[in-house]
Design a protein. Structure first.
Length: 737
């Protein structure tokens, strides 16, 4: 050993006589590094395998097996390394330093005069299957033979293994062979672009997920080394979950290797295997004040572990292969937005609220079930033709055909949903005058439609929001248009007075996890009025109706949960009728026991939360800053003529003080809250009035607030709803409508 400068470690670093740097700390060495460091002063005979570090030169080339036949442990060639030395203490010092790979064998020949002491050290895998019970047993094993016996031996891997089997075979007879056995290497899931699916941590969910959706095509690939062509292996999909996954037992294949690769056909993890009941919402706060004045963009996470999919590969009874942890599959899915999610809460009968209300209208229930079944099996047909690539739907003839079929199906189903919601009203089935089946069915059907992997690039999965202008956005818009009757308005050719009426969805629904003063069982009587009038009309007027959502985004086209200003559905769907109808009446629920015709509307908004739990800046304008502060009703006074219960209502607020207005004397300056409040019912009144002033100033327009019927969590009453509808009709008939 000599000491000299080392370019990395500095002066006085130890080197051996062959200029190989040693370790000051004397840590473990690999087999070859050990040889180069301590045994390379003599001849190094590296002829493949074995490698001999012959520091005391007991061998010459004549007895080294030039034509050595490799020996294999399973697929792996045995790495045999031999050291020679002449100091037994040196042997005991160097033996522990040999840090071997799993398939290595190190043999130490220590020459003592004319005898050789032999010791052996084994890599982990070989140690496991050797004759020795433990590493300590191997370390204590040694035997002595004459030097001449070794010098006369032809040195090959096989001869050394035989030599080491003194009185008992070193390994079982079938463990070490002169040929490779099949070696399975890796198994993993691949997407349609042959990309390996590797989990990535999702900070919003708080767990890793795979970059693939339920319902999206994938396959399994197994790789090996030197595997004969057409070698068969069995592959089985496994799942770690407490839930029943119907049909998983069918996802098992026998496949054959070609070029060391075996693959399953493409398959899908079915959409219906994703159980939405394992989700929960992250609520930042739970007070009513937090809902109304501190809005948040709510996000979903898991309240219990999602299914984790694995793979079992079998070659024979002894060989199994499973994927690495990062290759386990945790598919993603569209997770319902706030409004959609509320319907998944369960009632006392362990039925979700949405399913309970949908079932109140058997025609709607059947429609929903058939549509969701179509969604769940949509891929059975579409995968024959569609390739999902970034930001586009495959442009092949068949791909376009299936997409158009989907659009037509959505259009038909959404139109039928509206029609079936009218059936109880058309049949005068008083016990089923109810707008809730329509509301909850629309949300359930849309939430399932959004889960199609066809629209993978059309969703912001973190926010559960659609990408504006995407294909999915267009289809959901179509669904809204048809199921709310936006684009099916048809007055035909009639001499009767044409009246367009709007109602609202139910709102303030999250009494389960938010505020006690909300009510998940709530109907919106204005919706029931609109459905009744669409189904039955009035004696002297042609009526057409539509239902609008309680969502700021639809009104101002902003997806921001706290801010927005601009035009939306009212301008898009009502403006075309401004010059074609004789009257527009917007209806919503208002104050208890009151049938109020609001005197005027304000452009200002309050800070109440909508059905998405979105809000808007308090006292901000819903339209551009140049928009007038207030606009008056032009509904005729005759709607208040006896026996009508309707009255014009002019109470408004400014700086916490109340004032009363009339149609002839109302404020044109900024106020805080109008007769119709400062939520979306006031806003629809204002937007329609603005369209009227700009396009047809003589048009009769205004807003009718009808009483809420389920105050203090009161149960829905068909009788109360029927009485309310009759009171509204009475007001219209008093005016000769």
């Amino acid at each position: 050993m000599i000491f000299k400068n080392h370019k990395k470690y500095g002066d006085n670093y130890p080197f051996n006589s062959k200029n190989y740097p040693l370790s000051k700390e004397l840590k473990n060495y690999s087999a070859r590094k050990l040889g180069r460091a301590f045994f390379s002063d003599g001849n190094v005979k590296d002829l493949g395998m074995p490698i001999i570090y012959d520091s005391v030169q007991i061998f010459d080339h004549s007895n080294i097996g030039i034509s050595n036949t490799p020996m294999y442990y399973k697929f792996y060639e045995i790495k045999l390394v031999i050291y020679t030395l002449d100091n037994y203490d040196d042997l005991l010092d160097k033996y522990p330093k040999a840090d071997l790979d799993f398939d290595e064998i190190c043999v130490f020949f220590c020459v003592q005069e004319q005898e050789v002491i032999t010791k052996v050290k084994l890599g982990d895998s070989l140690q496991k299957y050797s004759r020795f019970k433990s590493v300590q047993d191997t370390a204590s094993f040694s035997f002595t033979v004459p030097l001449k016996k070794i010098q006369e031996k032809t040195i090959t891997t096989q001869s050394i293994l035989d030599f080491l089997s003194v009185d008992q075979a070193l390994f079982p007879s079938n463990l070490i062979q002169n040929y490779k056995t099949i070696a399975l290497d890796e198994v993993y899931f691949l997407d349609q672009n042959d990309q390996i699916l590797v989990q990535k941590f999702d900070p919003h969910l708080g767990l890793p997920v795979s970059p693939i959706l339920y319902g999206e095509q994938l396959k399994i690939r197994v790789t090996g080394k030197q595997i004969p062509e057409n070698t068969a292996v069995s592959i089985k999909l496994l799942a770690k979950t407490d839930r029943l996954l119907e049909g998983i037992e069918k996802l098992e294949w026998t496949v054959k290797f070609q070029d060391n690769i075996a693959e399953t056909p493409y398959f899908i993890i079915p959409l219906y295997w994703f159980d939405e009941q394992i989700l929960k919402y992250n609520y930042p706060q739970k007070t009513r004040q937090a809902i109304d004045f501190q809005p948040k963009a709510f996000t979903t996470t898991f309240k219990e572990s999602p299914p984790i999919f694995s793979i079992e590969v079998r070659y024979d009874k002894t060989q199994k292969l499973f994927p690495k942890k990062q290759h386990l599959l945790i598919p993603n899915s569209y997770r319902r937005n706030y409004e959609e999610f509320i319907g998944r809460f369960q009632n006392k009968n362990a039925t979700t609220y949405e399913d309970y209300y949908i079932a109140l209208n058997p025609e709607i229930e059947k429609l929903v079930d058939n549509f969701i079944d179509y969604i769940y099996h949509f891929d059975d047909e579409v995968y024959k033709y569609l390739t999902y690539t970034t930001h586009r739907i495959d442009q092949t003839k068949h791909g376009q055909r299936e997409y158009k079929n989907l659009v037509r199906r959505v259009e038909t189903v959404a139109s039928d949903l509206w029609k079936k919601a009218l059936i109880p009203f058309a049949k005068n089935d008083l016990q089923h005058y109810d707008d809730r089946p329509l509301y909850w069915a629309r949300l359930k059907m849309q939430s399932q439609l959004k889960r199609l992997p066809l629209f993978k690039e059309d969703i912001d999965f973190e926010k559960s929001q659609l990408i504006k202008g995407s294909k999915l956005d267009e289809i959901i818009t179509l669904f809204e248009e048809k199921s709310r009757n936006y684009t099916n308005i048809d007055f035909g050719s009639t001499p009767l007075k044409k009246i367009l009426i709007t109602g609202f969805d139910p709102f303030y629904l999250n009494s389960i996890e938010q505020s006690a003063d909300q009510n998940i069982e709530q109907s919106n009587p204005s919706g029931c009025v609109a459905l009744y009038l669409e189904a039955n009309g009035l004696q002297y007027s042609k009526i057409q109706t539509m239902l609008v959502p309680v969502r700021f985004t639809d009104f101002d086209n902003s997806q921001n949960p706290q801010r927005g200003q601009g035009t939306g559905i009212i301008e898009k769907y009502i403006q075309p009728w401004i010059k074609k109808v004789d009257m527009i009446i917007t209806i919503s629920q208002g104050n208890p026991n009151a049938y109020n015709l609001d005197v005027f509307s304000t452009v200002r908004r309050g800070a109440l939360s909508d059905n998405m739990n979105f809000t808007r800046v308090n006292k901000s304008k819903c339209l551009a800053q140049s928009a007038p502060e207030t606009l008056v009703s032009t509904i005729p006074d005759s709607l208040t003529k006896a026996p009508s219960k309707a009255l014009f209502f002019g109470l408004y607020y400014l700086h916490a003080r109340s004032y009363t207005a009339t149609k002839e004397n109302y404020p044109t300056h900024r106020i805080d809250e109008g007769p119709g409040g400062n939520f979306l019912s006031n806003e629809i009144f204002y937007r329609v009035a603005k369209l009227r002033n700009e396009n047809n100033p003589t048009l009769e327009t205004g807003h009718f607030h009808v009483p809420p019927l389920q105050i203090d969590n009161k149960k829905f009453s068909p009788k109360d709803t029927t009485d309310l509808i009759n009171n509204v009709i009475q007001a219209f008939e008093a005016s000769g409508l």
